[in-house]
Write a protein that binds this ligand. Sequence first.
Ligand code: IMP
Length: 438
Amino acid sequence: MTLDRNLAVVGAQWGDEGKGKIVDLLAPAFSVVARSQGGHNAGHTVLVGGRQFILHLIPSGILHPGVTCVIGNGVVIDVGALFAELDGLAAQGIDLGGRLLVSDRAHVILPYHREIERLAEERRGALRIDTTSRGIGPSYEDKAGRRGIRIADLAGGAHGERLAGLVRANVEARNRLVAGEPLDWREVHADAAESWARLQPMVGDVSEFLASALAAGRAVLFEGAQGAMLDLDHGTYPYVTSSNATIGGVCTGLGVGPRAIGSVLGIAKAYTTRVGAGPLPTELDSVLADRLREVGREYGASTGRPRRCGWFDAAVVRRAVRINGIDALAVTKLDVLDALEELRVCTGYRCGEEHLTDLPADVERLEACRPVYETLPGWAQTRGTAGARREADLPAAARAYLDRLEAVCGVPISIVSTGSDRSETIVRPESLGARWLT
Ligand code: IMP
């Protein structure tokens, strides 16, 4: 067994780092691509030969014919959204041909989850999280509350009493919470039960499948969704998502042991973005933020919301490196910085009299922190980085910027992305990425 061939790809910031592109790039070297957490709150945009694919639930590996894709027990699944994504891929000519396996232990998102989430957000008022409104949080709440409904529960079809009982209990609980028209549990049950016929051929025991695949020496890529700062335990709580977007989520969300993960590749943008509410210490004033947003097309792939933009925050990425055990970074969207005269990198925070090199647990304290910056020259006066495919094609200032990011984050940069297409990528020789790409 050569488990060191396996790779986990995780987001090192607040999600949207460009994991989809990197997974798509690396996928041909793998036989299996597996997703372990999150749901259709994620949006992975992949551009191949001018064609754009946006994936939410299905791993980005699906675009490669030889790759089997797995959705683990740690993912929450809106079956309607899954079917819509499958239909969309089929319409774009992607043949799934039995290449998708969905965990029988994954929890489902039902319509009342979205409603409950809307109410919870309304109730929070100014303290709302600005979620993606996909029902993700309430589905995970039901899971932790031991009243969730799993894919395996759908198996009884319309005659399954167990499913009917579970749906009824959950819908009745919803009716006690939500004012106005009560929801008819029979309708929710009928829809859920009906989905089984289409779902069944894709459903199985993911842990068992992965164990056999690993034993047979098939290389597995573990695809993370969201990013370390949105992790339920390690992110900027409560402004986080409801799953573990850091490395532990791979083991619990797929039923594999830690030694199945050979190496960990962290993905970080050359600057920082975040969608939704919560602290973003390096957030930029509107003029520069607008510029980054327009050049970088920083609008959410799932919701279209404008992303907040800021300078690269090394305290954030260092934290992600530590928690995930990241071996190397892929830095994406370097080209978006091409027109800037000057760049800043946050190395820590000034918080009152204190100098911090990591994020404090208390978000109010983090909001009050001021970033400590290093200023580096930009490369606006020289050739840009857009589309560069070799390190030698980068201007000296861009190379110096990357060198500085490596130094302040404490890990090597293995891959640099200089555009949205697969081909617009630099792989540093002798690096972690080169093991799979050359
Ligand atoms: P939820 O995951 O819909 O509950 O949203 C919780 C927070 O995570 C919100 O701030 C969302 O904007 C953010 N979020 C969830 N998924 C993603 C993602 O894939 N990329 C970026 N932000 C995300």
